[in-house]
Design a protein around this ligand. Structure first.
Ligand code: AR6
Length: 172
């Protein structure tokens, strides 16, 4: 099941929210900064522990932490690709962010999760192409693996919201 919300992902009450992190896992600006700021130090402490164990998080991969003070229970941190013109595997790497987040949620028996528009801010991924990858990857997961997870796309900016709305209005 897919839903669309315009707003701030730190306010969403779901089992897991997804963070558009960077490979250091140590925070940044954008949605990453907002999540660490609202969630408090517990998230960062777990990120440090994960780094100590496995090193950095590669593009397209995911790690799971507590959500600290956020209304969500968990944060799934994923590292989106930096857009470098499209010839550097950016599209499949972005697909991996969604796929790996969904698979991790499935493993952890998560029933509801919220995605931000990964890579479409500082990392410069074209928004329409990113939206198509996000929706298609979730659809494919729903059809092939499980339709038991409620997926909410949380768009912060109007441009992303309208792009998602255009497609999802025809689907949900
Ligand atoms: N809730 C939901 N979405 C948000 C929020 C929020 N509170 N704030 C921003 N967005 P970005 P990236 C949207 O730049 O492009 C960080 O420094 C925003 O409108 O946060 O993947 C990391 O540490 C945009 O559509 O992430 C990395 O270094 C979307 O979130 C780097 O930025 C993603 O924008 C990652 O860049």
């Amino acid at each position: 099941m897919m839903e669309l919300i315009k707003g701030d992902i730190t306010k969403i009450e779901v089992d897991a929210i997804v963070n558009a992190a960077n490979s250091s896992l140590l925070g940044g600006s954008g949605v990453d900064g907002a999540i660490h700021k609202a969630g408090g130090l517990a998230i960062l402490e777990e990120c440090y522990a994960i780094r100590a164990k496995q090193g950095s998080c590669k593009t397209g991969e995911v790690v799971l932490t507590t959500a600290g003070k956020l209304p969500a229970k968990f944060v799934i941190h994923t590292v989106g690709p930096v857009w470098r013109g499209g010839g550097n595997n950016e599209k499949s790497l972005l697909g991996n962010c969604y796929k790996n987040s969904l698979n991790l949620a499935f493993e952890k028996k998560i029933k509801s999760m919220a995605f931000p528009n990964i890579s479409t801010g500082i990392y410069g991924f074209p928004k329409e192409a990113a939206m198509e990858i996000a929706i298609n990857t979730v659809r494919e997961f729903t059809e092939k693996k499980s339709d038991q997870i409620k997926v909410i796309f949380v768009c912060y900016d109007e441009e992303n919201y309208l792009l998602y709305k255009k497609v999802l209005d025809g689907l949900i």
